[in-house]
Design a binder for this molecule. Structure first.
Ligand code: G6P
Length: 368
C-alpha cells in the first residue's frame, strides 16, 4: 500500500530517498576519536589483519559493482593484493586462495547461492571469511568468520539501491580500518577523509533534492533504445551500476564501458540515437574523461554527464549535466550513483514498467 511505501509510488523511489540515512546509520558508532574503529564488532584481531597478504571481494549483481568500487579503495589505502570476482566465476576457477587471504563476501541478502558456494570454497582453502551483508543471521553471516552489517533496513525493490549505498559505506570503513591497523593509511589525510565521509550523507540528500531535474531529463530520453554509460577509475563501476539499473527496470539495452576502452569497440555503435551517459567527477582522470566526451560528441551522440557543481567545462561540453556536490575523489561514487538511480527510475516510470518487480528478476537468487 501507499502507506507501506511511505507515500512514494514505488518502494524503489522510497529506498533511493532513504540513502542519506542509510549511509549515516552505517557510519554510526564506527567512527570514534576521528578514526574508524571496528574492533567492537569484528573478531579479527590486529595480528590476523597484519598477517593478510591478499583480499578478495566476491559478489553478484549490484553487490559486485559495490565490490569493484571497494577494490579501488583497498588498492589505494592498503598494501594488500586486491582481487574482485563474480561469485559464479570464483567458485569454479583456480585462483589461489590461501590462509593469509581475507575473502570478503558482499551480499545484501546473504542468501545468494553462488556467493554461498564461493564461501564454502574459500573456507575449504583456509581463508579468513568476512560477510558484508544487510541481514544479520543470514546463511552467509552464519558461515563466515566475521560479519560487517550494513544498516540499510529491509529493501523491497528488486533493483538494489539503498543496500548498494550501505555496502560501499561499510566497505570504505573496512578498508580504512584494515589500512590503519597495517600502517598503510595516509595518516596525514585521516582527518580530512573522515570529516568528508561524515559529510557524505548530507551530500546524498542534496542530490535527492534535485530529483525534478533528473525527472525532466528522463522524459527527454525515455524512448531511446540503447544507452552507453562511461566512466574511468572509480567512476567505471558507477557507470556499470547506472547501466544495470536502467536494464533491470526499464528493459532498455544499456552497456557500460571503461571510458578509455570505448575506442576499442563500442564507438562503432555511437550515433545520434544513442545517448552517452558519462560519469565525470573532477578527479585525477577528469581530463581523460573529457576527451572521451569529445570523441562521442564527434559522432553526434547526445551527452548526459554527471559532474560536480560549478564545473563550467563539463557544462559546455555535455548536452546535459546532472550536478552533484563536489567531494574528495575517493568518495565520488556516493554522490554520482544517485542521479543514475533516479534517472533509471524515471525512465522506467515514463515507459510504464513494473518498477518494484521487474520481469524475470528475483530479489534474491537462491539457486545456481
Ligand atoms: C539479484 C538481485 C540483485 C542483487 C543480486 C545479488 O540478482 O536482483 O539486485 O544485486 O541478486 O544479491 P545479493 O543479495 O547477494 O547482494
Amino acid at each position: 500500500s501507499m502507506a507501506e511505501r511511505g507515500g512514494y509510488p514505488h518502494f524503489m523511489l522510497k529506498e533511493i530517498h532513504e540513502q542519506g540515512g542509510v549511509c549515516r546509520s552505517t557510519l554510526k558508532g564506527r567512527i570514534s576519536g576521528g578514526s574508524v574503529d571496528l574492533s567492537g564488532e569484528l573478531s579479527m584481531d590486529e595480528h590476523t589483519m597484519i598477517s593478510f597478504r591478499a583480499v578478495h571481494l566476491i559478489a553478484c549483481g549490484t553487490s559486485y559493482y559495490a565490490s569493484l568500487i571497494a577494490e579501488r579503495i583497498f588498492e589505494r589505502w592498503t598494501d594488500l593484493d586486491v582481487k574482485v570476482d563474480i561469485a559464479s566465476e570464483y567458485r569454479y576457477r583456480d585462483s589461489k586462495i590461501t590462509p593469509d587471504t581475507l575473502v570478503v563476501f558482499v551480499s545484501q541478502s546473504g542468501e545468494t547461492a553462488d556467493t554461498l558456494a564461493a564461501q564454502r570454497k574459500a573456507r575449504a582453502c583456509g581463508a579468513y571469511c568476512l560477510a558484508v551483508t544487510n541481514v544479520q543471521g543470514s546463511t552467509l553471516a552464519r558461515c563466515c568468520d566475521d560479519v560487517l552489517l550494513l544498516k540499510a533496513g529491509p529493501e523491497i525493490g528488486v533493483a538494489a539501491t539503498k543496500t548498494f549505498m550501505g555496502q560501499i559505506t561499510a566497505l570504505y570503513l573496512l578498508a580504512m580500518y584494515i589500512a590503519k591497523v597495517r600502517g598503510t593509511f595516509p595518516i596525514e589525510r585521516e582527518s580530512e577523509l573522515i570529516d568528508e565521509l561524515l559529510q557524505i550523507p548530507y551530500k546524498i540528500e542534496t542530490v535527492l533534492e534535485r530529483e525534478h531535474l533528473i525527472e525532466e531529463l528522463a522524459s527527454k530520453f525515455a524512448f531511446s533504445q540503447n544507452f552507453l554509460y562511461l566512466g574511468r577509475g572509480i567512476s567505471f563501476p558507477v557507470a556499470l551500476e547506472g547501466a544495470l539499473k536502467l536494464k533491470e527496470i526499464s528493459y532498455i539495452h544499456a552497456e557500460a564501458y571503461a571510458a578509455g576502452e570505448m575506442k576499442h569497440g563500442p564507438i562503432a555503435l555511437i550515433d545520434p540515437n544513442v545517448p552517452v551517459v558519462v560519469v565525470a567527477p573532477k578527479d585525477s582522470l577528469y581530463e581523460k574523461t573529457l576527451s572521451n566526451i569529445q570523441e562521442a560528441k564527434a559522432r553526434h551522440a547526445p551527452i548526459i554527464a554527471v559532474g560536480f557543481d560549478g564545473d563550467e567545462r563539463l557544462a559546455s561540453d555535455a548536452d546535459h549535466v546532472l550536478c552533484v556536490p563536489p567531494t574528495l575523489e575517493e568518495f565520488s561514487p556516493f554522490v554520482t550513483v544517485v542521479p543514475l538511480q533516479l534517472f533509471a527510475y524515471h525512465v522506467a516510470k515514463k515507459r510504464g514498467c513494473e518498477i518494484d518487480k521487474p520481469r524475470n528478476l528475483a530479489k534474491s537468487v537462491t539457486v545456481e
